[in-house]
Design a protein around this ligand. Structure first.
Ligand SMILES: C[S@@+](CC[C@H](N)C(=O)[O-])C[C@H]1O[C@@H](n2cnc3c(N)ncnc32)[C@H](O)[C@@H]1O
Length: 254
């Protein structure tokens, strides 16, 4: 079962409470004794583990930090870029159906792709929206902001089906969470918490079938390098820990 996430606010009527209510998150006025809770702090919206050590600062997304800049520096030769054909072809429009902590969306926008991101977990959506809003208010606006639209709180299959008439992206990206952790025995805190609150995405194969109908050129699925593909892919980009399975709609594009 997915861990419970509440929203901690002293005033049950304030703006945070209105957003929590809209997203369907329980509002609490004191830190809960189990699960997770969100709290608006001076540096941004923060996710806390109710039983974490007092020294734990929680988890806040930051799209302007050094870690993001280092990741983006991998550029067009990164596995992600290759999976979208960006090492050989111009940027393509992308819908990231599983935005999570936004790292891959941001990377694709940094590489020049216009990106729309969908996230169905309310707490992750709230963290994403908060981090993006902070990036918008930064003294020097990063240029990827113009290409990465504000995240959308939605289930991807529903959203794709409802918006198929008005919006067809070149590529659709799926990075599902698998049961039992994804990469290492001891994943970093952010991945471990994400896995606990969002749980396994057991409907990933259905999402792939849906995405294949709606992408103009390709669907890219990120997988653990040893896990079985959701369906037989047309191409694969294989790394040490992850693999990208590529499903082509148009004539091959590397
Ligand atoms: C492994 S994480 C993605 C990590 C992300 N690629 C990143 O760079 O941070 C998977 C995320 O996709 C979301 N998700 C899974 N299936 C979804 C769907 N059908 N619609 C919207 N969000 C979905 C989950 O809630 C979870 O936050």
């Amino acid at each position: 079962m997915n861990a419970r996430v509440a929203w901690l606010t002293e005033h049950a009527e304030d703006q945070a409470a209105v957003l929590a209510h809209t997203l369907g998150l329980a509002i609490v006025t004191a830190p809960p004794d189990h699960g997770y809770y969100l709290q608006q702090e001076p540096d941004g919206l923060t996710l806390h583990h109710a039983t974490a050590a007092a020294t734990d600062n929680g988890l806040r997304l930051d799209f302007l930090g050094n870690q993001q800049q280092r990741r983006a520096a991998g550029g067009r030769q990164s596995l992600l870029a290759k999976a979208f054909g960006l090492h050989r072809h111009p940027p393509c429009s992308v819908i990231d159906t599983t935005c999570g902590m936004g790292r891959d969306s941001l990377m694709l926008a940094t590489l020049g792709c216009p990106v729309r991101s969908l996230e169905r977990h309310p707490a992750l959506y709230a963290l994403l929206a908060d981090a993006r809003a902070r990036a918008e208010q930064a003294d020097s606006r990063p240029d990827w902001l113009a290409r990465w639209a504000a995240p959308i709180f939605a289930d991807a299959q529903t959203w794709l089906d409802e918006n198929a008439q008005t919006f067809t992206p070149d590529a659709i990206y799926i990075d599902p969470m698998f049961a039992g952790g994804r990469r290492k025995a001891q994943p970093q805190k952010a991945l471990a918490w994400l896995s606990e609150i969002a749980g396994a995405d057991t409907d990933a194969a259905e999402l792939l079938a849906c995405a294949t109908q709606h992408a103009r050129r390709r669907v890219v699925v990120k997988q653990h390098h040893r896990s079985a593909p959701l369906a037989p892919p047309d191409n694969q980009i294989v790394g040490k820990a992850v693999r990208f399975d590529i499903y082509l709609k148009a004539p091959a594009q590397g």
